[in-house]
Ligand binder design. Structure first.
Ligand SMILES: [Zn+2]
Length: 281
């Protein structure tokens, strides 16, 4: 039985205060039963902002912090901010690889500074999920490692946007181990439901709640979180999962026999451990 004392968290949602539905999406999430949400910074370009220097990331991050402030009037919201791996690829094309590297590296430093100030609870980084040149791939990995080092120093979580190939989890786990990050701090965003596999790796899966994924995850255990990667883009409605998805699928799973206890792990114990927050109603 679903009880109203269960918190329900979406581990990765975007809110675009400039061109998206903004708080309408948050209200939809809340009305479906959602109580907690991690709002992740959008790539600068998607908010209509240009990055000419790393300092320009402050405006991008501030927009995320403002969305979190507004969302906190409806649910409990937190910010995870950083530089999307595709931004490095784009900057490298227009400014050359060295300048792009310096901008992204400093952008990540600024993101970690927001964590230190208590404005955000984690850093977003990763590497391209599509084929790139060997040089871009190598430097993307170096930037991701830099972000991990920052998170190790701050004792905070990192959300990783990466490819999802056969050996991805092993590869990320190895890099995270070298950075000395504990397994619960290394969150694979947009994760397939590889819950069992990740139990033995330095990775914590944030499972994308697409069709069949929750059922698959639940069959493998309870060491995972759930997300929609809702993009809040008015021009692409239905391109990704909507704000209601995580609460709706959680309740549906409980109705059809998954013990509610398992979801106390998924929506409360796991995020508490990963982010060092208190998840309470
Ligand atoms: Zn996302």
């Amino acid at each position: 039985m679903y009880s109203s004392s269960l918190p329900i968290m979406d581990d990765h949602m975007h809110i675009n205060l400039r061109t998206g539905r903004g708080m309408e999406a948050i209200k939809e999430f809340k009305n479906a039963g959602g109580t907690h949400v991690i709002i992740v910074s959008l790539p600068a370009g998607e908010t209509g902002m240009a990055i000419n220097s790393a300092e320009d990331y402050r405006a991008v991050f501030d927009l995320t912090i403002e969305a979190v402030r507004q969302a906190n009037e409806f649910v409990k919201a937190y910010a995870v901010i950083g530089v999307h791996p595709a931004e490095f690829v784009g900057l490298a094309e227009t400014r050359g690889i060295d300048e792009a590297y310096a901008i992204v590296e400093e952008g990540l430093d600024i993101a970690a500074g927001y964590v230190a100030e208590g404005k955000a609870i984690g850093v977003k980084s990763g590497r391209p999920h599509y084929p790139v040149s060997p040089e871009i791939w190598e430097q993307s990995n170096m930037l991701m490692r830099h972000a991990m080092d920052l998170c190790k120093e701050r004792d905070c979580a990192i959300q990783l946007h990466t490819e999802s190939e056969d050996n991805t989890m092993e590869s990320l786990s190895e890099i995270a181990s070298m950075a000395g990050l504990p397994p619960w701090r290394v969150i694979k965003h947009f994760s397939p439901p590889l819950v069992k596999k990740c139990e033995t790796l330095n990775i914590f899966p944030s499972v994308i709640a697409s069709k069949g994924a929750l059922e698959e995850a639940v069959a493998q255990g309870s060491r995972f979180m759930l997300e929609t990667d809702y993009i809040d883009d008015a021009n692409r409605p239905g391109a990704v999962l909507g704000p209601k998805t995580v609460p709706r699928k959680t309740k549906e799973a409980i109705r059809t026999g998954t013990p509610e206890e398992l979801f106390f792990k998924v929506h409360k114990d796991n995020p508490e451990k990963c982010y060092g927050i208190k998840v309470e109603l």
